[in-house]
Design a protein around this ligand. Structure first.
Ligand SMILES: [Zn+2]
Length: 59
């Protein structure tokens, strides 16, 4: 999946008032930036591989 299509897919989930980014650790790509798109915990995404909270918990 290209970066552009990832951004477009995330765009409709995005709520700017709940948006947050913080440094974190992804089990697939290591140190990364984690984006929170909504208040719910499941909307957490890795900015490098686009893994969701579910993917990261499996990893
Ligand atoms: Zn990742």
């Amino acid at each position: 999946m290209s970066l552009r299509s990832r951004l477009l897919a995330g765009w409709h989930l995005l709520r700017w008032r709940e948006f947050a980014a913080r440094p974190g650790h992804c089990p697939f790509c290591g140190a990364t930036l984690l984006l929170r798109l909504q208040r719910e915990g499941t909307s957490l995404r890795c900015i490098r591989c686009a893994a969701s909270a579910v993917h990261m918990s499996i990893g």
